[in-house]
Design a protein around this ligand. Sequence first.
Ligand SMILES: Cc1cc2nc3c(=O)[nH]c(=O)nc-3n(C[C@H](O)[C@H](O)[C@H](O)COP(=O)(O)O)c2cc1C
Length: 485
Amino acid sequence: MHGFHFILLLLAIGLIVLSIWDLTQKGHSVLRTYPVIGHFRYILEGLGVYLRQFFYARDREELPFNRAERTWIYRAAKDSDTTVGFGSTRDRRPLGSIYFVDAPFPLLGRDVVKTRPVTFGPQCENPYTTCSLINISAMSYGAISENAILALARGAKMAGCWLNTGEGGISSFHLESGCDLVAQIGTAKYGFRDAEGNLSDEKLKEAAAFPQIKMFEIKLSQGAKPGKGGLLPAVKVTPDIAKIRGIPAYQDSVSPNRFPEIASSGELLDFIYRVRSVTGKPTGFKTVLGDYEWLHDLFKEINKRGIESAPDFITLDGAEGGTGAGPMSLMDYMGLPIAESLPTLIDLLVEYKLRDRIKVIASGKLVTPSMIVWALCVGADFINSARGFMFSLGCIQALQCNLNTCPTGIATHNTWLMRGLDPENKAVRVFHYVKNLEYEVGTICHSCGVHEPRELQRSHVRIVTQNGTSVSLEDIYPDKAKKPK
Ligand SMILES: Cc1cc2nc3c(=O)[nH]c(=O)nc-3n(C[C@H](O)[C@H](O)[C@H](O)COP(=O)(O)O)c2cc1C
């Protein structure tokens, strides 16, 4: 028989077998009714994600980040030209969009305005002083690969910003470059717990002994999944990751949904006190806000105990935050967006006279200069980003962080996929991303006529309202927040 005919025969047999299987299986109605041809539905559905991105989605259309935002980050990370021509593609028709207020006479002759140094925990044995405005948010070794961490850590070292370890503990990949680190203590206390799962002073001291570890962050919650603990699917719990966390390999790593030992404001302050006194380093907590009443309770308790009992910082994550893996219902509906929670937190700090004592780090899609400037206007002292830095590493928003199949080698431990991410090359992109963000934030400050990004005020933001006129952000959230200069 001719080779071609043989192939045709094999194909025909294959199709007959597939038709019989489709007609007799019970799991998929479409295939039972439309044998063979029904498979195209599943193939096209799978391809749709990619086709939409390349051919159909408009520049400002996709979520969580649209192509215009991603392209700006890719260009900034490659240190290529970030300017655009002709005019803005941002749709200005929807009402409610924000605009910055330019000064009639902008600052002369300098596009970049420098950030002044800020000190966390000046009363601590080892306070932390930094000029870094934009920093790398928590992503655990586990959620992201060793190559991704190496690239982030080396880039952070070059850029002079800090890298938050995330809740998976401290790995050699975090430490290697010598960049500033914020060690996160998650609800499972990975890397900081004894054999019974309790917080271990010994482990805290071991961590604090690394000069790179500048601060400790207690993670109460994160924006993408308030009320749910960290979740690392079994496929991503490699023996190395399991060893650092002190758990069995290739079993789901599920953190408790809150610290068993923190059930009140008082217990939170006790916990902060313990971490800070054992480590001698500034200690704060990360949270997403929902119930504001709790903040009144916490701030009253701080004032009762004395200002030294306060956390050295609060990292406020917006409900729009990302995650390695989390339930969609929490991602979509739980917690308050940063646009509401940030001004409220700042105002309450002012009300309780804690504004100078507690630094505020904001996160939640603050990945482009304009969004960072908005947060600074509202009152943030520092900005954290996770996904902005993932894009700088080459993330293509494949939305597979939970599957170990990340095609860009960031959120996977598959050695072939991870090999695609060269830490040396991508570290330079992380560096450029930070520097270009700082540059363009500085450019906006320059247009607004302020000498320092933290001098930006709510009066620098105007919001277009229903009838087409605009109001100052200050009219909506009166600026109790005037920041110390
Ligand atoms: C892959 C991935 C892993 C994350 N892991 C952690 C974590 O270990 N601890 C934590 O507090 N937040 C974690 N987050 C949340 C981020 O730190 C950040 O708060 C959130 O994504 C908002 O910032 P973004 O909008 O710039 O991404 C993770 C986010 C991503 C995307």
